[in-house]
Design a protein around this ligand. Structure first.
Ligand code: ANZ
Ligand code: ZN
Length: 811
């Protein structure tokens, strides 16, 4: 009887004792680096983890059997806010809480039978790891890639703390509902914008290997925007306003100019426009979200700007729909062709002038009810009228450049990466402030800057470390005088930006890793994780890899060759979450059915990239399937002693063909990355064939069952390993390699396909799997029954769907 409770621990122990899944650097085989996004040790493994890690394990086990030296590491993304909050709530150290969670989750992962190389396990909250975050920070500081800048943060006065954007909902604090203020704080940034162009260029290499959706999201996030900066003279002044526009073709339609509330022109001339201060103060309190979604508001400054193409006087307004952190913080407004400008113009009764005529529908009403933002023919534009707008844009730009008042400019939506956090449970930023010597980097020899074990965390105020004198007080590395440490810690996305490289050399105490080791293992061949990381994590890691390349640490620009983003696990269509109380615990299922059943269910219920809805009956189906596998092998074992070696019967031939076909199908499906469900479906069909085969025990069935067990192994490894031993009646028999496909058997496999003529089913013909499209047509024409529909007719269209359908359309 199939008893997973017995066999699963047996095999897990076997793999561990034999270190079966450790990467062997001496191996001559080609490497295969299979990486799953490492978990945050929140306390327990959930179904999302299970899905992610089981998918990873299919690749790892499959490629191990296919002659690759597989590296399949795991570790812990163990810095972060929940540990800190738990520490505050339960009055324990976050490190303690984290350690216990890791121990528990590790046990859970082992119960799933995932083939990790545990010898390279890492946890990012250990000084052995985070000292290298500090090392990288100092290297970036040397290259001017990190800098400090005043920046606006969300501040809750009740909690007296800074909040992340995600912790502000509808403008109030998530904890106490206090209205959030904006506060300017000195913050550390990494200048990832320097790499924007290169990150976008990398998409060429990733296309077809990463999901289109992820590349599209990254492209949007990077937000390349090619435009022009144009100087507008201020009336009766020698000052100018520099605007950024992507539509110089609409210059003749500009009817006003808008400045961001923080625009320097406003600050400097504050005296002249003191009445505006009220507006500027209220807008400061709005979140970016509100600025975007609330009705647009603004005030007139009293200034006029001169449109350089026609010398018109344009009133200059201030409004918070223009932001200071993009372009120049000033825009020319063309209400006829930009919906934001349109809304503003309607509200404040500003003129609207159409200068682009769409090609269709014609005619476009000359006093529009909404902005037309598309391409078209220029009108009301002086000598440029009647040009198509693209040509017009080029001409106008060239002329303004000649006059010396414009430059072409590419802007990026992406911002520099704000990495400082006013938190305890993270990597201390390794700089020191000295009154005499200003900001000084910590000496490389003094790394790591250790997080103190005994600081109290209260959860309020600035950085918790700031209240801990033993940490703060230090000596200046330059003059030796009294100085003070930086008390902010790093964003935890720093930790996950390079962990895949550390796995390659986790015990290195001299360097983050030895390039000789990463050269052998990087890039990652297959990365698997959630789509929610499409932007931040996956962009930061691509940036970090580029920085490491500049430092001569790694060779390739791209860290992850292939990416698979798994879908969500839901219950009745809803995401599982604690608050909804609809969590299915993996442990309970493993207890009831075993890990193999859980794995088969997860892999069979949906293709990896699609949403997977939980179903108890699906789990039971998986359980029955494995039981049927168990019984057919038992039946074989009982019969084989008396079996004949005869292989020539038609049935035996048929079984051998199906075996070859199934091996091919499962191999193709796994390699195509996303079709584990259809691979398992073909194993199920294969099993049905075996059940209807009446000579179980003969040579053909021997080959079939042996193949069946190996094909099942990446999906359900414990039962496969166990039955394989039973099958050979020997405890030393191990599954070692993927079955060979007898391609001769695939070649002349004939099948019946339907023939449609003008949409009607007219007959069935027999073709081989290698029959060409032309040959299929010949077969059809030799069939008298079909020929009668084609006689004297011209064939207009002929479609052949290989192995399935031929469809002919006649005149
Ligand atoms: C005139 C114009 C006419 C514009 C038109 C658009 C359509 P992307 O593609 O995102 O780069 N803009 C420029 N800086 C801005 C800022 N700091 N805050 C808000 N809006 C800003 O968008 C560029 C366009 O967004 C620019 O082109 C500018 O409006 C606006 F028919 O200039 B445009
Ligand atoms: Zn000093």
């Amino acid at each position: 009887m199939y008893n997973p409770k017995e066999i699963e621990p047996k095999w897990q122990k076997f793999w561990e004792d034999n270190r079966s899944h450790e990467f062997n650097p001496e191996s001559k085989k080609k490497k295969y680096y299979c990486l799953v996004m490492f978990p945050y040790p929140s306390g327990r493994i959930h179904m999302g983890h299970v899905r992610n890690y089981v998918i990873g394990d299919v690749f790892a086990r499959f490629y191990r059997l296919n002659n690759r030296e597989v590296f399949h590491p795991i570790g812990w993304d163990s810095f972060g806010l929940p540990a800190e909050n738990a520490a505050i709530k339960n009055n324990i150290h976050p490190g303690h809480w984290t350690g216990e969670n890791i121990a528990h989750m590790k046990k859970q992962l082992k119960l799933l039978g995932i083939s990790y190389d545990w010898s390279t396990e890492i946890a990012t909250s250990t000084p052995e790891y985070y000292r290298w975050n500090q090392w990288f920070f100092l290297k970036m500081l040397e290259k001017n890639l990190v800098y400090k800048k005043k920046s606006e943060v969300n501040w809750c006065s009740e909690c007296s703390t800074v909040l992340a954007n995600e912790q502000v909902a509808a403008g109030v604090c998530w904890r106490c509902n206090t209205v959030i203020e904006k506060k300017e704080l000195e913050q550390w940034f990494i200048k990832i914008t320097d790499f924007a162009g290169d990150l976008l260029a990398g998409h060429v290499e990733l296309t077809n290997n990463w999901p289109d959706e992820v590349l599209a999201m990254q492209k949007y996030w990077l937000g390349k925007s090619a435009g022009v900066e144009i100087d507008f003279q201020i009336e009766d002044s020698d000052e100018t306003i520099k605007i950024f526009t992507t539509r110089p073709d609409t210059l003749f339609g500009a009817t006003f100019v808008v400045l961001a509330p923080e625009h320097p022109l406003i600050k400097e001339n504050g005296g002249q426009r003191t009445a505006d201060r009220g507006y500027i103060e209220t807008t400061k309190k709005k979140t970016a979200q509100e600025k975007f979604s609330l009705e647009k508001t603004g005030v007139f400054t009293g200034l006029y700007a001169i449109n350089p193409v026609n010398n018109e006087k344009l009133p200059v307004w201030i409004s918070d729909y223009v932001t200071m952190d993009y372009g120049t913080g000033a825009i020319m407004c063309v209400p006829a062709h930009d919906h934001r400008d349109f809304e503003f113009a309607k509200k404040y009764n500003l003129p609207i002038r159409v200068v682009i005529q769409p090609l269709s529908p014609i005619p476009y009403p000359l006093s529009p009810n909404s902005a037309y933002e598309g391409e078209g023919i220029m009108l009301n534009s002086g000598k440029y009228s009647d040009l198509d707008n693209k040509t017009g844009a080029e001409k106008i730009t060239d002329e303004l450049i000649k006059k010396g008042i414009a430059t072409r400019k590419t802007n990026w939506r992406m911002k520099d990466w704000l990495i400082s956090r006013q938190r305890y449970w993270g990597t201390p930023i390794p700089v020191i402030y000295c009154e005499k010597c200003d900001v000084q980097p910590v000496n490389y020899d003094d790394l790591p800057v250790l997080l103190p074990d005994d600081a109290t965390i209260t959860g309020s105020g600035d950085s918790p470390l700031a209240t801990y004198r033993k940490f703060v007080e230090t000596l200046c590395p330059k003059c030796g005088g009294e100085a003070r440490r930086e008390t902010d810690t790093m964003d935890t996305f720093v930790d996950s930006s390079w962990y895949y490289a550390r796995y390659c050399d986790p015990d290195n105490t001299e360097f983050p890793f030895d390039p000789e080791k990463t050269d052998k293992l990087l890039p990652v061949d297959q990365y698997i994780g959630g789509i929610e990381h499409a932007c931040m994590h996956l962009i930061y890691a691509r940036f970090w890899q580029r920085f490491m390349r500049e430092q001569g640490l790694v060779k390739d620009a791209e860290p992850f060759k292939k990416l698979l983003t798994q879908g969500m696990v839901t219950l009745k269509g809803e995401t599982m979450s604690k608050s909804k109380g609809n969590i299915i615990e993996p442990d309970e299922l493993i207890k009831k059915y075993g890990a193999d059943t859980l794995r088969i269910f997860i892999l069979f219920a949906a293709p990896p990239e699609k949403q997977l809805d939980w179903s108890e009956s699906g789990v039971e189906g998986a359980w029955r399937f494995l039981n049927r596998i168990w019984r057919i092998v038992e039946r074989y074992c009982a019969a084989k002693s008396g079996a004949t070696a005869e292989n020539q019967s038609q049935d035996a031939q048929k079984l051998l063909k199906i075996t070859a076909k199934t091996i091919k199908k499962v191999s193709d499906d796994i390699e195509a990355e996303k079709q584990f469900n259809t691979a398992i479906a073909s194993i199920m069909e294969f099993l049905n064939e075996l059940y209807s085969y009446d000579k179980i025990g003969d040579n053909a069935s021997h080959k079939a069952i042996e193949s069946l067990l190996i094909l099942l192994y990446p999906f359900a490894p414990h039962i496969s390993a166990e039955l394989y031993q039973k099958f050979y009646d020997s405890s030393t028999m191990m599954i070692k390699s993927w079955p060979e496909i007898n391609t001769d058997l695939l070649k002349d496999e004939s099948r019946e396909i339907a023939v449609q003529i003008n949409g009607k089913l007219r007959g069935v013909i027999t073709v081989n799997s290698n029959t060409s499209k032309d040959a299929v047509m010949d077969i059809i024409k030799q069939d008298n029954n079909l020929l009668k529909y084609l006689r004297d007719k011209q064939i207009k269209k002929f479609i052949y769907v290989e192995g399935k359908l031929a469809s002919i359309v006649t005149e």
